[in-house]
Design a protein around this ligand. Structure first.
Ligand code: NPG
Length: 369
């Protein structure tokens, strides 16, 4: 199965409501959709780099450049036995995991379609529905946050993550805990603290949280290990873990007790599976993070989250939580037990709606030109 053509679409899609984190507020999410052709099959991939370099250094602009000028030329006309072979081919490009992950996702979709097997089957998933939660951005006030959380609980979500930042942390989390004493609740700081300023988070340790996600800088495993020693609540790392090697080192250093796995952040589904396998062998719980994906990336997340070590609910919500208009024909809905069903059609198991794609597309390029 040789890749003979790749089309990139630079997407901009409007969220149903603004999403605010410690690194910014967004109403329009950018990303890149890849259509990868091999013979008469088309595979879809999603590159989750956004417009701004707030979450990581990658942007839709840098990923476009790296895909167009380096990664795609290196895979055109080449036959890959498996995803690891594709990774070796892409290893000449340093960094840029989200660009690589988008291309690798399309390869998996093609491979599944060729073999008539779902991505879940290809990856070795064991769950046919996966436990999910919702991630809620910073709101106007703690009272407003409690209202928004209540709304999602009435939709059926049983696990909630709230975003925090300095000055909008303890009071917000306490308000949600008081209103919902039994809620499975966790917080995410997206690297907004230092070891010193994280002192102010001490009261969170009394709130029976599932975890505290990425309090400190992404390149700071050492201080995370010092912070974890002061907290009973598990620290979970997201931005800090870019490879299975980072995961191993973080666990050795006791910098965290839980890991958030995102295929985009770690350079592809094959790397995500490697981190999962490492954590499973050490009894470390993992869960699937989200990057406000379209239906394409969400299908991949569901397949990933069906692996046995994903024992905590993922940031994978129903389609209606995200965009005014998604680009896939298939929309995901929440089952009454706060799970989402994993697609079982070949590959990712979703189809892109050509008209919706056109409406979301800011620019397009096909290679070879
Ligand atoms: O449901 O996909 C989702 C959103 C989950 O909070 C979420 N993602 O920091 O993990 C994060 C955050 C994020 C969103 C990061 C967009 C980067 C871009």
């Amino acid at each position: 199965m040789k890749i003979n053509r790749v089309t990139l679409h630079h997407l901009s899609m409007e969220l149903r409501s603004p999403f605010e984190t410690s690194f910014g507020r967004t109403l329009k999410r950018e990303s890149i959709l890849l259509l990868v052709e091999a013979g008469d099959l088309t595979g879809y991939g999603e590159c989750v780099a956004d417009r701004d370099p707030g979450y990581s250094y990658e942007t839709a602009g840098t990923a476009w450049h790296i895909l167009r000028d380096f990664l795609i030329p290196s895979v055109l006309g080449v036959e890959f036995e498996d995803a690891h072979e594709m990774q070796r081919r892409m290893a000449g490009v340093r960094g840029h995991p989200m660009a690589k992950a988008g291309l690798e996702m399309a390869w998996w979709d093609l491979e599944g379609k060729r073999m008539g097997r779902s991505l879940r089957q290809l990856l070795g998933g064991v769950y046919d529905r996966v436990a999910v939660g919702v991630s809620i951005g910073i709101q106007e006030s703690p009272q407003e946050l409690v209202k928004v959380v209540g709304g999602y609980l009435s939709e059926g979500y049983s696990r909630v993550k709230i975003k925090i930042k300095p000055e909008r942390d303890v009071a917000d989390t306490q308000a949600v805990r008081e209103a919902f004493p039994d809620l499975r609740l966790q917080v995410d700081a997206n690297s907004a603290y230092t070891l010193e300023t994280a002192e102010s988070l001490a009261p969170l340790d009394e709130l029976d949280l599932l975890l505290i996600e990425q309090p400190l800088a992404e390149d700071d495993l050492w201080d995370h290990s010092r912070l974890q020693a002061r907290f009973t609540t598990p620290i979970c790392l997201d931005e800090s873990i870019l490879s299975a090697r980072h995961a191993r080192q973080a666990l050795e250093m006791k910098a965290c007790r839980i890991i958030n796995i995102k295929a985009g952040r770690v350079g592809g589904l094959s790397q995500a599976v490697a981190i999962h396998n490492l954590c499973l062998s050490q009894g470390i719980p993992v869960w699937c993070g989200g990057m406000l994906e379209t239906g394409v990336g969400r299908a991949a997340n569901l397949a990933l989250a069906s692996l046995p070590g994903f024992t905590l609910p993922g940031d994978i919500s129903a389609s209606r939580r995200y965009y005014l208009e998604d680009i896939t024909g298939e929309l995901f809905s929440l089952n009454p037990d706060s799970t989402i069903t994993v697609p079982d059609a070949p590959g990712l198991g979703v189809n892109v709606d050509a008209r919706a794609l056109e409406r979301a597309s800011l620019a397009r390029i096909t290679l070879p030109e």
